[in-house]
Design a protein around this ligand. Structure first.
Ligand code: AP5
Ligand code: MG
Length: 216
């Protein structure tokens, strides 16, 4: 199964993928996570990417396509994977098509999590993420058992650099202009599945599972 999880910033892609990768035994490929990890490790790629991320802008297509190309070549991505947040532009979608074609492969389904703009702001402002394992929490909607501490690994929770209001608004505008066209791109191929993201975590997950029922 090769899935793409898409949706605006704060839609719940990361939260849902945490469970999906475990239940379906998928390799998680999140470009946002890859950039943040490279930044934490002091790698040049991460430092460069963070200059875009902090402002809420998209990292350059060539840089992004190249890290995904390399990631897809690794053994654990051969059979099943879940892409979170890539592709985000038509140029990236075309590049991904090319990569998969070379591997004699293609996407099985595209899950689009649909949410209202008002909910997005509330979700982003309250989000906290584990520095160690990247597990995602929300101060009101999914609070950790101990304030500031990850339930899963005991790591410290922090607020992402791009969760400031100005950056969030910029990300939303960019989503509308650059990423939204992908909905049509995948719908035309008949692999798009819209899921209502304005529900509880469990109900969104149940709808995603339902949408994937007949997918192999
Ligand atoms: P990325 O990390 O992918 O950020 P994003 O797409 O903006 O999405 P988020 O991670 O902010 O939100 P999410 O949908 O994962 O929501 P989450 O589950 O955390 O990318 C970051 C940056 O990297 C980009 O802006 C760009 O600069 C760069 N980048 C990445 N990929 C790129 C690409 N392909 N090309 C170019 N640049 C790229 O949930 C949000 C909050 O809501 C959490 O607190 C959660 O607990 C809560 N929540 C989730 N679901 C629910 C629910 N059902 N009910 C209540 N609360 C909920
Ligand atoms: Mg995410």
């Amino acid at each position: 199964m090769k899935i793409l999880l898409m949706g605006p910033p704060g839609a719940g892609k990361g939260s849902q993928s945490e469970r999906l990768v475990k239940d379906f035994d998928l390799t998680s490929i999140s470009t946002g996570e890859m950039f943040r990890e490279a930044y934490r490790n002091g790698e040049q790629l991460g430092i460069e990417a963070m200059t875009y991320i902090e402002r809420g802008e998209l990292v350059d297509d060539d840089i992004t396509n190249e890290i995904v190309r390399k990631r897809l070549l690794r053994k654990d991505a051969e059979r099943c994977f879940l892409l979170d947040g890539y592709p985000r532009t038509v140029t990236q979608a075309e590049a991904l098509d090319g990569m998969l074609k070379k591997m004699n492969s293609c996407l099985s389904a595209v899950i689009n999590i649909v949410v209202d703009k008002t909910a997005i702001l509330e979700r982003m402002v309250g989000r906290r993420v584990c520095k160690q394992c990247s597990a995602t929490y929300h101060l009101s909607f999914r609070p950790p058992k101990v304030r500031g501490v990850c339930d899963q690994c005991g790591g410290e929770l922090y607020q992402r650099e791009d969760d400031q209001l100005e950056s969030v608004q910029n990300r939303l505008n960019i989503y509308e202009t650059k990423t939204n066209p992908l909905i049509n791109y995948y719908d035309k191929r008949g692999i798009l599945k819209n899921v209502n993201g304005m529900q509880s975590f469990a109900d969104v997950y149940a709808d995603i599972k339902r949408a994937l029922r007949d997918i192999t």
